[in-house]
Design a protein around this ligand. Sequence first.
Ligand SMILES: [Zn+2]
Length: 488
Amino acid sequence: MNYFVLSAANPAAIHLLSEIQSKSSPPTLQSGEETIGYRISIPSHSSHQDEVCFKWRIGAGPSPAIAKMGDIFVPEILLCPQDASQTPSSKAVRAYIKHIYAVIFLHPQSGALVLRSRSTKPIIYEQGDMNDQDVEICGGPDSKAKSCVLRRRKNYLQFGPYRFLLEYTVSHQDRGRFSKTIDRSLHHRHHKLFSFIPSTDPETLWNVWLHRKIPNSSSLQSGVHIYTGQPVAVKTLHNKIRGRRYMIDQIKLASRYRDKPDNGILGIIDVWCEHWISPPCVLKPSSAVTHCRNTYFSMPLAEQNFLHKRWRKLDTNTHLKYLYHTLCGLAELHGRGIVHGNIQPQALLVCEQRAFISLSMQRSETYDASIWVAPEVWLDKYRELDETKLDIWGLAISWLFTCLRPPPDLAVSRHSYKHLQTTLKSRKDKGRIPEPLYDLLQEMLAWDPCNRPSAIEALNHKAWLPVLPRIARRAKGSRTRKALQAVQ
Ligand SMILES: [Zn+2]
């Protein structure tokens, strides 16, 4: 199946490729009357996936001196004639392009085609940055962009004086087969949210190339980071005067967890606003806000949440480990004196083999009738609620959605509570819920909030023993180790 062509787009490049064709004639270098370029194809999905590596190196190949030293690796996309000794023309090429100059690869999570520099000499990707301006892709330590996603149908690239066009050439009838092949090479199963071939007019929002709207969400879109190819979700927040302080605090809080997955809270990657600035207007003095309607943020794209139905495929310990991660997240929040306030299965996400609590950016003033709202909310309107205990209830109920299906839109009553307990017990008796976890669930779902454990107490429960040793060995922080010692 044809994938893309990297063809000459100026006289210098035409001349270069013609010379390579006459001297070295690599099989993928093909010319017609109008064009000369490397035609890159991928095997169709019937072939064996393990043997396929979606990576193509670009470079001048070994110079005669390097070749003598034994390194004779010739890149898949060769940009210099291979001679036994240097020639004026090969010297001219090597002034810009080294042995391996850049690599084009399929991002293993998003399936986006990424160009990464392996050189300190910049590659210009025309209209490649987030403002549709030219971007310099450069491997040097101080460079801003070391890689870039090739997100247009036609991508113009300058390697020194040589200009090339990288154009996607997947035929219309091959599209379905092509997507299936790419799908199966990806590490994750959220591929349905990506388009592997750019549309004629790709839409970007800040540094995200937008792909699809995420099903069952009002304001979430999937996309890829235009410099790294990482899959992300973008959320739109409407700036309102009411609840502004809350939103600002939550954004600041979530930004802290950007590179700290161990804490169990899903971090924000970038936050910006409709004025294309970061930090956004809402984080500035209040006068600016009235003129700014929307704030956007990006976060890692989750593979699934606790409402999805893929949990049966997980082994018991992985399942338990994910529950544990979310409890760590809640303990982290409560440790900072913060309550989540809206824990439900959709707010618990799995991403890169870890589970996270995602924070709500906008706080709802009222409670909807749902099973993840603890019973005391409906019982006594005048009693002061312990919100940490509401979180504990919400978390335990959300865990249940991974092994049974309670009716979500139900305010918990004495009657439904009893029913829930009977169902839980029968699941335990059938071996679907391990006994220690069942005990912990019972405690976290105590009718009286005073009888529910705190997040830290729940972390110290014996239910986690099967997964703790592995977690503790890997965890750098001391909290889990302490928890382990406490249990032992
Ligand atoms: Zn703004």
